[in-house]
Ligand binder design. Structure first.
Ligand code: SF4
Length: 448
């Protein structure tokens, strides 16, 4: 998980309905806001308050500091482009450990930026550091590793799910587990594959698939376009530690009076850094002076990379191969999905705006790029079991509950009705907590 953590806003929740795209979200910001707060206080999100309608503030731990070049670029973007803001990334790394985090054995970030190796301090959010330890402490958690869930079991008489069938990843033996409630939260594509593979007389086309929408409306963000340049000056300045975070420019396109020839918008992630010894690798030079030069940091550079919203298109889909199976007996997943005109038009702005902002900020040698993006590349897959009010056009209701089966909930990216342009994990966490609360209450009311 890249750990960038942003809330969706009502601009996102209302966009489909206002623009007549796909179907309306069955919820609004006010329905999720308390649950964002709930998970943020537990997870720990570092960031800066901005009071922007398009990017509601979280419950923040102290923000990380911007580097000198970033502070300068921020000032100049805000001066030259009214309505655009640059802020430090909102990130699930503990800039300070509060009681909730210390209580589960986590410690503050050491700024070594070795997060990709796993964090021995539990300083960034992960299931291993943050959610599993307190769950284990309850004494009611059984973790069953090496379990490939292949199917949700359904009782036709009771009209309920009764549990799941798994295949042991090592022994390849099947086994069944039984439960009162099943939460499917195996990532959008994993969860949808399990649902599609769970067939019965009641659900011949996949679990809960009365609408025929299961597997459709596949979305992802599109990215890999932007610009970077060189900042001349501040060569006497460096930074302490290795900040595990970058900067963020929230969406500004199609907000307020801004109107483009495409729908929705994009944000930028990026940051400043000083180039290292690798900068001269192509020189193929030698000698003491040359080596001495390489021990010093090179010039500052700064980059902005866009993350754009992708619209939900019914024809963008995943399905299960009829013949081929993997080692564990699961049918292979097949994708048939593409970016379309709206995203292609947006990418032109994503590239050109980045160049324009960096040039206006005084960077030199600014180069823009579009390295192309395909659905799946940004690993923010969403939408294949969407929420909605009408069981005829959606798989889940407003509480992430399968319309046709009350004791099954799907709470990962599959539930999303649109993508916004922000990183989605925080929203999955908030929706999962909200659905879990709903499920407990429904059980107590004996509705499940
Ligand atoms: S830099 Fe990353 S790995 Fe290191 S302490 Fe911080 S969160 Fe953990």
């Amino acid at each position: 998980m890249g750990r960038q953590s942003y809330r969706l806003s009502d601009i996102d929740f209302e966009a489909n309905a206002k623009e007549g795209v796909a179907i309306d979200w069955p919820i609004r910001y006010k329905d999720v806001a308390p649950w964002y707060s709930y998970v943020e206080k537990f997870v720990g999100i570092s960031g800066e308050k901005l009071n922007l309608p398009q990017l509601p503030d979280s419950e923040f731990l102290p923000p990380m500091e911007m580097y000198c070049v970033e502070k300068e670029v921020r000032k100049r973007i805000e001066k030259n482009f009214p309505g655009r803001v640059m802020t430090i990334g909102r990130v699930a790394n503990l800039s300070k450990a509060g009681e909730a985090q210390l209580g589960v054995g986590r410690a503050p970030c050491q700024y070594r930026n070795k997060c990709s190796l796993g964090c021995p301090y539990g300083a960034y959010f992960s299931t291993q550091s943050c959610t599993l330890p307190p769950a284990a402490k309850t004494g009611r958690l059984t973790l069953r590793p090496d379990s490939v869930v292949t199917e949700i079991l359904y009782d036709e008489n009771k009209k309920r799910a009764t549990g799941v069938r798994i295949v042991d990843a090592v022994t390849l033996q099947p086994k069944e587990y039984f439960a009162k409630i099943v939460f499917v939260c195996g990532s959008a594509l994993g969860s949808t594959a399990i649902l599609l593979n769970s067939k019965s007389n009641r659900f011949p086309n996949g679990f809960g698939n009365d609408s025929g929408e299961l597997g459709h409306n596949l979305m992802d963000h599109h990215f890999r376009t932007g610009a970077s340049g060189v900042w001349e000056g501040d060569l006497d300045k460096y930074y302490i530690g290795r900040r595990a975070n970058g900067i963020y420019v929230p969406r500004y396109r199609n907000i307020g009076t801004d109107k483009r020839d495409y729908l929705r918008g994009f944000g930028y992630q990026g940051g400043g850094s000083r180039t290292g010894w690798q900068r001269n690798i192509a020189e193929m030079s030698f000698g003491a002076d040359y080596k001495d030069e390489l021990t010093k940091p090179g010039p500052w550079t700064m980059g902005l990379g866009g993350f754009g919203e992708t619209l939900p298109y019914h024809e963008n889909r995943m399905y299960l191969d009829k013949n081929e199976k993997d080692k564990w007996g699961m049918p292979l997943v097949v994708f048939d999905a593409e970016l379309k005109e709206n995203e292609k038009k947006m990418r032109i702005d994503m590239m050109n705006d980045a160049k324009e902002m960096l040039e206006a900020s005084g960077l030199k040698n600014v180069r823009s790029y579009d390295n192309g993006s395909y659905l799946g590349m940004a690993i923010h897959e969403m939408g294949t079991a969407r929420m909605g009010r009408d069981p005829k056009t959606s798989v889940l209701n407003a509480n992430n509950q399968v319309h046709g089966v009350k004791n099954v909930f799907v709470t990962d990216g599959a539930c999303m009705v649109s993508t916004s342009c922000v990183n989605p994990s925080l929203t999955y966490m908030a929706l999962t907590a909200r659905a879990a609360d709903f499920a407990v209450k429904e059980m107590k009311r004996q509705n499940i």
